[in-house]
Design a protein. Sequence first.
Length: 309
Amino acid sequence: MKRIAAIGECMLELRSSGFGAARFGFGGDTLNCALYLARLGETVDYVTLLGDDPYSADMLAAWEAEGVGTGRVVRLAGRLPGLYAIETDDKGERSFSYWRDRAPARELFTHPDAQPLVDALPDYGLLMLSGISLSLYGEDGRAQLHGALDRARAAGAKVAFDTNLRPRGWPGLDAARAAYEALAGRVDIVLSGVEDEALLYGVEAPEAIVARWRDAGATEVVVKRGGDDCLVWESGDDAIRSVPATTVARVVDTTAAGDSFCAGYLAARRAGRGIEAAAKLGHRLAGIVIGHPGAIVPAEATAGLREAL
């Protein structure tokens, strides 16, 4: 089976519980997904640009230690990765501050040194990106992304899209809506959420969200409803099915809940599991992740999930 390419940005993470001592880590939605896919036995490369600084080197070493391929990463001289600070309240909910305007990852589809990465995308069996990925590239970059996705799909690849929406990454919601709609016809697997969709289209029934993506051409749609059940649908079956979430005794940190769900779902589908079984594994992995601090939980916490495939 051909490898997975996860496309996006990984940033330095500065985590604290208020002003004062903090610790460094790293994170990014598609990177989190890639790492959990690797833990589930998938062969996955991360596709991005980094700097030539020690922090970028540390990130690459950490990804390689987790089994994520780094052969599709280009490092730009004199550049630094983006940085975000994260604070978590007593309910596990997060708030973010970003410093990323000159992050190299923003130039993935426009920088000449990155062209070999773009040219290699048709070699993959599955391309995975997110709404955050989409917000990075600007209009010119997104036009190049569209061409790359079209070539990859023509070569037999599927495209999975996590709708993960961060309004601060866009000049306005109209721009975000236009970008999502321009991408919609190039997506096979949609991993959506009611919160993202409500920001773009207002509150609507989850079934209406499924219908909109189905009508745009998707062949598989998941609509997550926070900590509740999710809805799943695939072409060839008119039924929209509900899959309950995993019960979690204590939510510590909701960081990467959606990213890990996506990893569990995609890994199960790649293993030939049905959409309901795939959603159950996604819920199970997300339930483990939100019971720990940070986006990347200890490897031993997820060790048993590989057998579920």
